[in-house]
Design a protein around this ligand. Structure first.
Ligand SMILES: NC(=O)c1ccc[n+]([C@@H]2O[C@H](COP(=O)([O-])OP(=O)(O)OC[C@H]3O[C@@H](n4cnc5c(N)ncnc54)[C@H](OP(=O)(O)O)[C@@H]3O)[C@@H](O)[C@H]2O)c1
Length: 310
């Protein structure tokens, strides 16, 4: 087998990606109402134009529509794109063979022969970590996954996954977890530090806290749908943080709160994958690249978000 330990390096070279949960998802993200396929195509195109080449999807996003849309957009571009997708551990998936079988479906929808990263979406209620990892190993051996990772794995499970793969000489490339200025659990409980130590890329999902860190929502202007209830309490506390992010942004030539939130994730050594519903959002998010917050600014943001949590 080729030396796959080198293969995970590409993930460490990526500063930011694009999340594609919004692509085709009607239930949470109101696809078809707030955005359509043309908006998503434009978001994809502007993302590539800005030099961002890593797209994260999953078989369950829009029940396969996200992968299908990405497949369509991939056909329309000549540019190289790094594709990450995920296996969902439905309780009826009972054996390791479920992984290559599911990946085959993803590859068909994406219209590609292999993906750059294949992730377990979350721990399984049925399959052990060892069984899941042996399914991932099979995907690598068949040449269908360049690298493999996990998502929503706590530190203990992540270490078990790392060891199971290491026995097959395959590195655990990544752990995709919730991480943002107001969701810092993985930083506080040592998972991020452990990832850095072991060369596991921590991919930060919901880095804009599902839009709350852009500053466009307030207790008087709640987000639509499920997010209203989910975030009403946070929005009551977040005002001072948005104010600080706006002030810091002014010192960087007018960067927006959202760009500050994403840059903060990058400065912490993680790979944020903000979702975008349209060209404008994707363009703005790309403006998080090419500059860095100072140590002092990061310390101020950390201090304030510590207080918001209390
Ligand atoms: N592994 C997992 O379990 C898991 C879980 C969640 C997410 N993810 C991945 O992580 C990606 C990102 O997370 P996420 O989508 O949950 O949340 P997010 O990136 O924090 O927020 C995305 C949402 O924020 C708003 N937004 C984005 N850019 C904006 C901008 N520049 N200005 C104003 N509003 C903006 C949009 O919603 P509105 O316009 O409607 O406000 C957008 O849908 C997902 O797409 C998915 O790939 C993975």
């Amino acid at each position: 087998m080729t030396d796959v330990s080198n293969e995970t390096r590409f993930l460490h070279a990526i500063e930011m990606g694009l999340g594609a949960w919004q692509w085709g998802d009607r239930v949470y993200w109101s696809y078809g109402q707030t955005h359509n396929d043309d908006d998503l195509r434009a978001a994809f195109e502007v993302t590539l134009e800005q030099g961002i080449r890593f797209v994260d999807t999953a078989e369950v996003y829009g029940s396969g529509r996200s992968e299908r849309l990405l497949g369509q957009y991939l056909k329309e571009t000549e540019q190289p794109v790094l594709v990450a997708t995920k296996f969902f551990p439905f309780p009826w998936r009972l054996t390791r063979n479920a992984l290559p079988n599911a990946l085959k479906g993803s590859l068909n929808r994406l219209g590609v022969e292999n993906v750059d990263l294949y992730q377990i979406h979350s721990p399984s209620p049925i399959l052990s970590t060892d069984t899941l990892m042996s399914g991932l190993v099979e995907c690598v051996k068949r040449g269908w996954a360049r690298t493999v990772g996990v998502s929503n794995f706590g530190q203990t499970r992540m270490l078990a996954a790392y060891s199971a793969l290491a026995r097959e000489n395959i590195p655990l490339a990544s752990n995709q977890v919730h991480y943002s200025l107001v969701s810092r659990e993985v930083e506080k409980n040592g998972t991020l530090a452990r990832c850095k130590e072991l060369g596991i890329r921590l991919i930060a999902y919901s880095p804009l806290e599902k839009g709350m860190l852009t500053g466009k929502y307030t207790p008087d202007h709640l987000p639509p749908g499920i997010r209203a209830q989910q975030y009403v309490d946070l929005l009551k506390k977040i005002g001072p943080l948005i104010k600080l992010m706006t002030e810091i942004g002014q010192d960087h030539g007018g960067k927006t709160p959202g760009q500050i939130a994403l840059n903060w994730c990058i400065c912490k050594g993680t790979l944020p994958i903000p979702g975008a519903k349209n060209q404008l959002q994707a363009q703005e998010n790309a403006g998080a690249l090419g500059w860095k917050l100072t140590e002092e600014e990061i310390a101020k943001l950390d201090e304030l978000t510590d207080v918001i949590h209390k």
